[in-house]
Design a protein. Structure first.
Length: 393
């Protein structure tokens, strides 16, 4: 009966002594939950006084230093924002050239002087277009085959040069300073509203079969030169070009000379040897046709893309018509601007690469063009100021 009559204080003490340290707090709470009045207050007071303090140094440190941490975070955010803005400004400065109301000062030979940092002494004065006398009267064999030279294709070329021309229009020759724009075919031209600005340049160079009709507000309507190869020739050139537009053939293979000769001389058409069927009827004036000097293909491949001239692979890497057109412009013009260059990111597989049709970057897989390497080459030209961009790149 005496054991049964033990005081509640003694029973509580025994319970606490049997609890682990971490559990004693719970035991104390359960004990004191049954106590009321002064006994409960004394029991809680005696327990609180005797129990060890819970570790809280980390919480105290964070509490005391919270304002310092917030200040450091704010500083880091400010630095990140400043860096991003400065990089964006630099990006715009290098790769984007907004249209100005007044013409940019044009200095004769300025473009070629700047690009000499890339071309070096390798780039000397070269004829833009091939002419008959260079092959008929002077027997100077080319060092490379097409597209970097004419080795092995001289006989075909002679027949083509006999019915075409090579002169640069007098309206361009008499200019003291030639302002040129190379209009690419990129998707970023869509809704650009650059048409009016593009028409103001002295020389407007276009590529392949890129249309003008229906897109005049974005790409303009003036075409001084159009670079093409048989597979990229527009089936009705009079629709997309001006009456005085020069159609400049970029020959990638000997069959290209066969095609242009059969068209201009109305001979039996060549149907094989092309990756895509070129036009079999092509309504053009032979005096509008020019044959681009393969020198520009060679220098674009060698100096801009570091490609070997002799490539053993079946599908050889070669510059695009766009990069070739920029290289040509840097030798023909004193001021060179570009628009509509650049491809979507490789991850963006659904965005069109052209402003006028829905084909994606996947179509470039077997083209023999290294678009990433070409992007770096164009960025180098932008950085040194040899060309300026009318669209973002």
């Amino acid at each position: 009966m005496e054991e049964a009559g033990q005081s509640r204080e003694e029973i509580s003490a025994q319970m606490l002594s049997s609890c682990p340290n971490r559990a004693r707090r719970k035991c104390s709470l359960s004990r004191t939950a049954g106590l009321t009045g002064r006994e409960g207050q004394v029991a809680r007071g005696s327990r609180d006084d005797s129990s060890p303090q819970e570790p809280c140094y980390l919480r105290n440190m964070i509490s005391k230093c919270r304002w310092k941490l917030l200040a450091m975070l704010a500083f880091v955010l400010v630095v990140m924002v400043w860096y991003s803005i400065s990089r964006e400004d630099r990006y715009i400065e290098l790769f984007y050239f907004p249209i100005l109301e007044k013409k940019e000062p044009c200095l004769q030979g300025e473009a070629e002087r700047k690009v000499s940092k890339l071309f070096g002494n390798y780039s000397q004065e070269q004829p833009i277009f091939l002419q008959l006398k260079d092959y008929f009267w002077v027997k100077t064999p080319s060092a490379y085959e097409l597209p970097y030279g004419t080795k092995g294709s001289e006989d075909l070329l002679l027949r083509v040069l006999a019915i075409t021309s090579y002169s640069i229009p007098e309206s361009i020759q008499r200019l003291k300073c030639r302002r040129c724009v190379v209009v690419g075919n990129g998707h970023r031209l869509r809704n650009s509203l650059l048409g009016e600005a593009i028409n103001k340049y002295d020389v407007v160079i276009r590529l392949n079969n890129a249309p003008v009709a229906g897109y005049e507000g974005d790409v303009g309507s003036k075409t001084t030169m159009r670079l093409f190869y048989p597979e990229s020739a527009h089936f009705n050139p009079k629709v997309e070009d001006n009456p005085d537009t020069l159609l400049v053939l970029v020959a990638f293979k000997a069959m290209d000379f066969h095609w242009i000769e059969s068209i201009l001389s109305d001979k039996k058409r060549v149907r094989k040897g092309f990756w895509k069927q070129p036009p079999l009827i092509w309504d053009v004036n032979p005096k509008q046709i020019r044959i681009l000097n393969p020198f520009f293909m060679e220098i674009a491949a060698d100096k801009l893309l570091r490609l070997p001239m002799q490539q053993p692979h079946k599908i050889k890497q070669k510059p695009t018509t766009g990069l070739l057109a920029i290289t040509l412009a840097l030798h023909l013009c004193d001021l060179v601007h570009i628009a509509g260059f650049g491809y979507p990111d490789a991850q963006n597989k659904k965005e069109s690469i052209h402003y006028y049709e829905q084909i994606t970057i996947k179509s470039m897989a077997w083209s023999g063009h290294n678009v990433s390497q070409e992007a770096l080459a164009i960025k180098r030209m932008l950085e040194i100021g040899a060309v300026k961009n009318l669209t973002y790149f």
